[in-house]
Design a protein around this ligand. Structure first.
Ligand code: GCB
Length: 634
């Protein structure tokens, strides 16, 4: 048996080889496949399917009948790279409404050996996908922003020759989708951000040597800031082969060896291995001190030529708790974060942004002094990793965005929302940066029984999957909404407040002077919950009078006033400016600005495209510097 020390050295060497970036040719891989990964967490057998892909539009939707899935010639197909948004620069109504696009990728396997199975991993396809391998249908998926995988059936796979993967992507949204489609009274599509069609995040080929590490959970439990931590390491293994396999699983946590034991995985079945360890005097993760613990899991089969699989994560130890008085504690310190909202949008690439844009966004958040990012959907895995490293907290939300009650009433819709929540937690729970699971944004502000039922079930489900994190929801901040018992199950209530910007129903939020009393009334409604400003913002695209909406001066004054009100509420647990950068919303978007620039949302602190700073950036930055975002309890 290998000693822990030898195993550690082996693991370190194997991991270094697995995670080092080198040109594809130097990696001995077939053309188009590479180990150039922009995020590291997960299984080590991930190969980027880069290089040339082909694309064609299918506006009639008859591509299947015309046999696009079987075509071998290039006629009608144009070369493209993936990730790709086919309508990245098209701001027409048709573009927002959605259509169908086809992607095609020729590839060779990295090994001809029959011992391996293969899986293709899609990080995000918007919205409905169907997949073919060598002309045969092999699977599909509905929903963007979360990863999914399809197995390449051995019977269809060419071990030696060229394989052809074809993906049909349909981004025509329905009112029951997340986010839902809708139409204005004049027939223009609605929506909170642009409906970019395509394969919006990376695609990977995973080579599986009989047994795969399907998923792994590293869950730190810290009962008090000065306590020792308990860390649960649990790996779910899956046998893709035809024979039972006995495997031995070992891990290292922060360099410390952990024996996960051995298990027999039956053919085509799952098995789990797990172990809890105590970490004495842990180095905690928090903004300003984002200590991370590297975790490696390795499984090995028996005998000569045994299988070996690796799995990697960098996680953190910290405690997150909403107290009975509504304070939200991180490592026993009171949170009063200042954050920003963001979309993964770019004028030339749409949502198919790359590593450089993601790194730039994180650098901007750091420069601003903000410590939290909120988005309406699970972020790209690299953004989550960068947030872990930078000590930026994440509000992780599923795109259950303004879904109408009549649709939420449908059982199938609620089940899909539940699946989305589960997938988000399973995919992202090892990120220390995530401090809350948000189950939705701006559902009806009069929740009623349908939403009440959704909230109750979603919170129960999130707690069952992850008992360590609070669950939240973001709601439109209207004084007319009153106290709502349907929110009882959540720990965190986010208020999207636009007082003094939008008029709101019957002008209830037109006057910013009523903000302070309104916030006190929210606190009085929900004294045991953490109350957060999950959005505030004003559009700005020009110089002009401070009283005129849409001017830089108005935006500066708006931020100063709102931040002043927040500073007067000691019970408030945080505030998020909406947003960091400008982004595209929908045709005709005006966002409350009398001189808008549709479809661009211009509440951002940084302009669309060149990310240059608006004057309000500096106001917000200065005001943030005056806030103690993590307060030790006295
Ligand atoms: C909201 C939405 C957000 C919009 C924002 C706005 O409440 O949650 O997605 O961008 O308002 O600017 O109107």
């Amino acid at each position: 048996m290998t000693s822990p020390r030898t195993l550690l050295t082996l693991l370190a060497a194997a991991a270094a080889a697995m995670f080092a970036a080198a040109p594809a040719s130097a990696q001995g891989l077939p053309s188009g496949l590479s180990k150039n990964l922009d995020y590291q967490s997960g299984p080590s057998n991930r190969l980027l399917m880069g290089g040339e892909w082909l694309f064609r539009l299918d506006k009639t939707g008859l591509g299947d009948l015309q046999g696009f899935q079987k075509q071998t010639g290039r006629a009608g197909w144009a070369p493209t790279a993936v990730p790709n948004a086919w309508n990245a620069t098209d701001t027409s109504v048709e573009s927002m409404s959605g259509t169908i696009g086809w992607y095609r990728k020729d590839f060779k396997l990295p090994s001809a050996s029959k011992r391996y199975s293969y899986v293709v991993r899609f990080e995000s396809v918007n919205y409905r996908a169907k997949v073919w391998l060598n002309g045969k249908p092999i699977g599909g998926h509905t929903g963007a922003y979360l990863p999914w995988e399809v197995r390449l059936p051995a019977g269809y796979l060419k071990r030696e020759g060229t394989n052809r993967l074809v993906v049909r992507v349909d981004n025509r949204r329905r009112p029951t989708d997340f986010p839902p489609s809708g139409l204005t009274t004049t027939g223009t599509p609605t929506g909170g951000w642009w409906n970019y069609g395509g394969i919006l995040r990376e695609v990977y080929l995973r080579q599986i040597d009989r047994v795969d590490i399907n998923s792994a959970l590293i869950r730190p439990q810290l009962d008090c800031a000065a306590c020792d931590a308990k860390v649960l390491i649990k790996a779910t293994l899956r046998n893709y082969g035809d024979k039972p396999e006995r495997v031995t699983a070992r891990a290292t946590f922060g360099g410390r060896p952990v024996n996960l034991g051995s298990v027999v995985v039956s053919p085509k079945k799952f098995a789990t291995v797990s172990k809890s360890l105590t970490v004495k005097n842990p180095k905690l993760w928090e903004p300003g001190a984002p200590n991370l613990y590297t975790t490696r899991i390795a499984i090995r089969g028996r005998g000569k030529n045994a299988l070996r699989v690796g799995w990697f994560a960098r996680t953190g130890i910290r405690s997150i708790k909403v107290q009975p008085d509504g304070s939200w504690l991180l490592n026993g310190k009171k949170l009063d974060f200042r954050g920003v909202g963001l979309h993964e949008d770019d004028p030339n690439l749409g949502f198919a942004i790359g590593s450089a844009q993601r790194k730039a966004m994180i650098a901007e958040v750091k420069e601003l002094g903000a410590t939290l990012i909120r988005s309406h959907y699970p972020l790209h895995p690299q953004l989550a990793e960068l947030a872990d490293e930078a000590g930026i907290m994440l509000w992780s939300e599923i795109p259950v965005y303004a879904v109408k009650t009549q649709y939420l009433k449908q059982r199938a819709v609620r089940e899909l929302a539940a699946k989305e929540l589960e997938d988000n937690i399973v995919a992202n729970q090892n990120h220390p940066s995530i401090i809350v699971w948000s189950i939705g944004n701006e559902l009806s502000s009069r929740p009623g029984p349908v939403q009440g039922y959704y909230i109750q079930r979603a919170v129960r489900q999130a707690k069952a999957l992850d008992p360590t994190r609070p669950v939240g929801i973001a709601v439109a901040g209207y004084p007319s909404a009153g106290c709502q018992s349907e929110y009882n199950p959540v720990d965190v209530i986010g208020i999207n407040e636009y007082f003094g910007w939008y008029p709101g129903p019957n002008g209830v939020i037109a006057d910013r002077e009523v903000l302070s009393d309104y916030l006190d009334s929210v606190r009085a409604c929900y004294p045991t919950k953490a109350v957060v400003i999950s959005e505030f913002g004003a559009e700005a695209n020009r110089n002009g009078p401070v009283e005129e909406k849409g001017t830089y001066e108005f935006q500066q004054d708006f931020i100063r006033y709102h931040m002043g009100v927040y500073a007067s509420k000691p019970w408030l647990t945080g505030a998020v400016y909406w947003g960091l950068r400008e982004f595209r919303v929908r045709p005709g978007w005006e966002g409350g600005n009398p001189r808008p620039n549709p479809p661009v949302h211009e509440k951002g602190l940084l302009r669309f495209g060149d990310s240059s700073k608006k004057p309000a950036w500096f106001d917000f930055q200065q005001l943030i510097s005056q806030v103690q975002q993590l307060k030790p309890l006295t």
